[in-house]
Design a protein around this ligand. Sequence first.
Ligand SMILES: [Zn+2]
Length: 764
Amino acid sequence: MSLRRPMPSSSAVCYLALTLYSPLLTRAQTTILGFTPSAAAHETEIENKFKTIPSPDEERRQHHIFTAEPHVAGSARNNELARYIADEWRNEGLEDVIIRRYDVYGSNPKSTFLEMTAPVHYRAGLRELPVPGDPDMKNKSISSAWSGMSASGEVTAPLVYAHSGNPEDYELLRQQGIDVKGKVVLVRYSNPYSYRGFKALTAEREGAAAILIYSDPAEDGYKKGQVDPKGPWGPEYHIQRGAITYDFMVPGDPLTPGWASVPGAKRIPAEQAVSIPKIMALPLSWHDAKPLLAHMDGPVAPGDWQGGLPIKYHLGGERVRVHVKIEMDNSTQPYYVVEGRVRGAELPDEWIVLGNHRDAWVFGGVDPSSGTASMMELTRALGKLAKAGTRPRRTLVFCSWDGEEVGLTGSTEWGEQFADELRKKAVAYINVDEATSGPNFHGQAVASLAPMLVETTRSLKDPSGKTLYQAWKASSTRERSETKESEAVTDLNLADTRIGSGSDHTVFLNFVGMPVLGLQFDGPYGVYHSAYDDFFWMNHFGDPGYHYHTLMSQLWGVLALRLANADLLPFDFASYASNIRQFVNELAKNNSKSVILSGVAGSQSEAAAESKEPVLPCPACGSAGNSDSNFLSGVLDLKPILAAIGDFEAAGKRLDESANRALASGAIDPKLADTINHGTMQVERNWLNPDGIPGRPWFKHILYGARFTYAHLELPGLTEAVEKQDWPAAKQQAEILHQALINNTKLVDQLNSSLNGEAAEARK
Ligand SMILES: [Zn+2]
């Protein structure tokens, strides 16, 4: 899966502070973050050699292999592809290639059925019909409509239209006197993206008997533009399959929460598994939803609930009755993760992990096979270099995940199995899910790696002829103006540092505590999770020349090589600190209207108190009208946190200056570099709280989390406590954050002392 269209970040509260410190602007083009000058020159040579290897023809050939047949998680074809990857990797020269097996709670359809029984009879086809020119759409093994992790059951009940199926939609229905208890709700996929599992959970909580989720042409069909086979948008019969697993509670196999489901592992009973939904769910094309909507009675739905079909949408609840029957097979089934490496020549026990999922809802043209093709070209190129004697200093670990679409399952089980080892050895994880659905680059990174991601894009060429950096900046500027976002695009906010869930990075960031990066090219894409997302679509709309696939292989590889070969790992903690400050300021701003802020007046300027808009402190930019302003005061004092962020930022700057000095000197003692690198790797681990965030103990990162919709959620424990106005919990979460900032400041200062001490020694 992967989040459809990353949510634009909310506008910066204090971006002046972000411009004070800019490592990127002060470095000449020939340097590379984390490298001595001679190592940078050598690295550039290696990268130039590497970049010539991936080819569009090979990308296309691999893409054709992976999209030739449907290959859903657990299917014979998907397992065959696992063996194919392992064979390819061995031939390419990768080492330690192994296929790992996890026995997980299965979720496959035996049968799905939907009919309207009143006021007229209509039997839903639940099928995707062929379109002219696309031979794959005639494939007999294309599945019918189904939702992963749906409950089994049967019901005949009235149908209610509940718009996007969010809590506020049910509130509106209640105001109209419509109760959904025991009824079937019809909701639509929505924009901005809201994970269908959240729609299912909301319907379950409202007491609905089943949920039908359809694709309205207003969201991804003809209202957007030409539909397949004439354009990239979803045609009449396209069905967005997908899982409804409550993996926002705990991802992976529902029966082994927090440990790996290796064969023979302890399992909990399904009734105790919090991530298994208890509601029936079924996705629909608009072709099958239209007759239901057209016959509904009840009040006319509000204006923004009207969709793209040429009918008047009603709320329903009486006249239309539907019969839903779903039978699932929940027997245990094996999922397979393929793992292979290019062993590091100097530091084999430091790992850069790279991964992409293999399982697809049907053919997986974009999701995930564009990423899989890019990974195969990446491993071919790096294998070729290794065979020729050019090995990275650190080890590259490649993984082909299984069951991502069901509940981020393969990566979660693998991450849980190797969590202890990863916490010792892993430098970072780089995820590519959907590599390419168009030309617009989106790069995500934890804030400490955002500068190196931006820097890396300067050394790559976009198919447009510009550098990838220039193309990225241009498309980001365009997108921000479309979403009317006021924040100008700069090097410091180009990378998206707000990381939610919805793909395989989740276990590494939120459970293991590894820095993560995520890479994607996107464009108009209305066939997500449908059978139309296939080889034909890619060759006509997504990436006809396979140039973006190729660029993805190059970018992914150069990032991996820089992390693998750096003298000093290119973590930028000052950048991390300014991001955390922004998160804290936004938390205060977003909750400024709540009860707790009304008591702030005492420490606010009169104007601010009157407008109930607290003036936010911004020590670094000095722009606040009142430096003593203490938002959330009287209830929650965030001043100590802001002070600790300032200390962490200052420590980060000191370390960065020392590191730059040491790198510029041309040589760093390997033992000293080792100390510094193991120390900086520890910083991300220190953001973990072993107890997890309140109510979701599996999610241990205190800076990054996800809402139930998968949307990014910064400072998750603290934010959720503040939003609930649970002040004892909020104070506790604030203290955990405060302590983590103090610990990391201490650590970074120690590393700085080591670096300077050694330099002083050397001068003697
Ligand atoms: Zn995906």
